[in-house]
Design a protein around this ligand. Structure first.
Ligand code: KMH
Ligand code: ZN
Length: 273
């Protein structure tokens, strides 16, 4: 089976130090978490950035500083900036993370609007999605198609029919926000994407490692990290993103899957550096 790409969503925009004191805010803290994940076996860092007080930001300058600092410590890692940002940000704010130099090789593209808990709605209209896809295509950025339910796969395929996405596609199934995170959901999502596509799955909260184990067996790729889950096991906070990645590496070893280096991940994802 293809080697396993581990993505680490190290920071997110919603979790705070009140949830887990190891959630990173400052540049130094974000670099510390990126390095712990990379050293443990992550090939991809899914990146959000914060102000020093923890406020999420999509500031181009902040992304530039953080990305430069991560690359000093993890020179070959694939950094995947978020274009989702935080609920309520404008499209222009969100797109700033794609304006850093050099242009990112990979970035998220959220493929639909969803309920984000309480009164929060994460808005991604068709025009937003098509515009983000067009800009990423023009800039040569590979989109990771973030799909929180099956309808979002269908919206991504609309963008594909418009010529806004380049094959092979790469999806990230984010399970446990809008749709549930059962094995049936995972099998349904994996069976709903075009042949030849690659996929990652992220199980939110307590489903993280169950979804990871199933994904390893099914031949997909795995995302873990504080953005998705703060616990290493029931009731025990993870000390670092590295600890979460280590657990996936152990699962992969048990299940007979080797871990992809960043350069192997680029090959699997058809990303040219
Ligand atoms: N923070 C969420 C509103 C992404 O990174 O593209 C959006 C999100 C998805 O995290
Ligand atoms: Zn994110």
């Amino acid at each position: 089976m293809e080697k396993l790409i581990i993505s680490a969503a190290i920071c997110g925009a919603e979790v705070t130090k009140e949830h887990n004191p190891a959630v990173p805010y400052t540049v130094e803290e974000i670099v510390r978490e990126a390095k712990s994940a990379y050293d443990a076996g992550a090939a991809v860092i899914h990146l959000h950035v914060r102000e020093d007080d923890g406020t999420p930001t999509q500031s181009k300058d902040r992304f530039q500083v953080v990305m430069d600092a991560i690359l000093k410590e993890c020179p070959d890692v694939i950094i995947q900036p978020s274009t989702g940002g935080a609920v309520g940000m404008t499209d222009l704010e969100r797109l700033q993370s794609t304006e850093v130099v050099p242009t990112p090789e990979f970035a998220t593209l959220d493929c639909g609007t969803l309920n984000f808990g309480g009164d929060e709605i994460f808005i991604n209209t068709d025009n937003t999605i098509f515009n983000f896809a067009k800009i990423m295509k023009e800039r040569g950025i590979k989109p990771e198609l973030e799909v929180f339910d099956k309808g979002m796969i269908d919206i991504a395929m609309k963008a594909h029919r418009k010529g806004l996405l380049v094959d092979p596609l790469h999806f990230d199934f984010v399970l446990g926000v809008q749709m549930t995170a059962t094995l049936r959901d995972l099998v349904f999502m994996a069976g709903s994407i075009p042949a030849g596509s690659t996929w990652t799955a992220a199980g939110i909260g307590r489903s993280e490692f169950e979804i990871a184990a199933a994904t390893i067996i099914m031949g997909g790729h795995v995302r873990v990290g504080f953005e998705d889950n703060l616990y290493i096991e029931k009731g025990v906070l993870a000390k670092s993103n590295g600890e979460l990645v280590e657990k996936v590496v152990k699962l992969a070893k048990l299940l007979g899957r080797k871990i992809a280096t960043p350069s192997e991940a680029r090959e699997i994802l058809s990303i040219s550096k």
